[in-house]
Design a protein around this ligand. Structure first.
Ligand code: CAA
Length: 287
């Protein structure tokens, strides 16, 4: 497969922004599409801030780098922008019907040879691929948050994903400075099957009064050398995203050991989603 020349990203949330940024930083033109009002303006500002940080660290001019990287990203509200893309990465809400509708729309406009990737955290790539006419070209490319910093891309093959497709996204991940690791198409793959039970158990500890939120996070930071505690991590990922992933694990693995803590459900119902809403297990407005 030829080198990826142009990338499309559907969804300008936290993950979509980061994915667009790393491809554009590596010199690839990117089209970002989002229909949510205001999402694109917010995306531009978020990407610019992050590019400046990366440039400063690398000893480059933040102004020049921001101009160059943003100059490679086209923002729009129509999936028609994916017409010339060799790779389209979907990074929308963690919901199967929404992803099926998104892949039908992308499949209708992307060139015949294009690869369609999902950044899903837990949903079956095989089921997403079945919504398209090209299941051999559908694959999981699961980036980690914050995308510009984290090295891993979990690569997931669906039942019908071709070797050529998997090899192309492995190469594309390396080309943007990431380290691809392959996993099979099981609910939550490796990352979230291991991570989410830990986060959920930390929430149960808070729910049952084992310790306060700060203490739970301190134990995992000081005792296990985690960069941030599990409750702060849930706030970074988004408590709604954590809940959606736990529901997929419980339902699709058929095991109640993945049942989401009632406190997590209550926090999501109250809109305490973490950093993105300013409050979750911790208060970000005050920080
Ligand atoms: N863009 C660019 N640079 C960034 C950045 C961003 N968005 N966020 C942080 N950085 C940089 C900072 O500039 C800083 O650089 P220096 O060390 O050179 O100063 C560095 O990263 C560290 O940042 P901070 O000092 O602000 O804070 P920190 O030391 O706590 O590090 C962190 C931040 C890298 C996010 C760290 O807390 C961490 O690794 N946390 C765990 C992250 C994690 O586990 N992610 C995976 C979540 S799971 C997931 O994403 C998958 C899923 O499906 C749910």
């Amino acid at each position: 497969m030829a080198k990826i020349q142009k990338v499309g990203v559907l969804g300008a949330g936290t993950m979509g922004n980061g994915i667009a940024q790393v491809f554009a930083q590596a010199g690839t033109p990117v089209s970002v599409v989002d229909t949510f009002p205001g999402a694109l303006e917010k995306a531009k500002a978020t990407i610019e801030k992050s590019v400046r940080k990366v440039a400063e660290k690398a000893g480059k001019s933040p102004d020049e780098e921001a101009r160059a990287v943003l100059g490679r990203i086209a923002f729009g509200a129509e999936t028609g922008a994916f017409e010339g893309c060799d790779l389209v990465v979907e990074a929308i809400v963690e919901d199967l019907p929404a992803k099926v509708a998104a892949f039908r729309a992308i499949d209708a406009v992307a060139p015949a040879g294009a690869i369609l990737a999902s950044n899903t955290s837990s949903i079956s790539i095989t089921r997403i691929a079945a919504a398209t006419k090209r299941p051999a070209s559908v694959v999981g490319m699961h980036f980690m948050n914050p995308v510009p910093v984290m090295k891993l891309v979990e690569i997931i093959r669906g039942q019908l994903t071709s070797d050529e497709t998997a090899a192309a996204v492995v190469e594309a991940s390396k080309a943007v400075g990431k380290i691809p690791v392959e996993a099979s198409d099981f609910p939550g793959f490796v990352s979230n099957r291991v991570l989410m039970p830990m986060i959920n158990e930390a929430i149960f500890c808070l729910h049952e009064g084992v310790a306060k939120a700060e203490a739970i996070d301190e134990v995992m930071k000081l005792g296990m050398n985690h960069p941030i505690g599990p409750l702060a991590l849930a706030d970074l990922i988004g408590n709604d995203v954590c809940l959606a992933i736990l529901e997929v694990l419980q339902r699709d693995l058929g095991d109640d050991k993945y049942r989401p803590c009632p406190l997590l459900r209550r926090m999501v119902a109250a809109g305490l989603l973490g950093r993105k809403t300013g409050r979750g297990f911790f208060d970000y407005a005050k920080r």
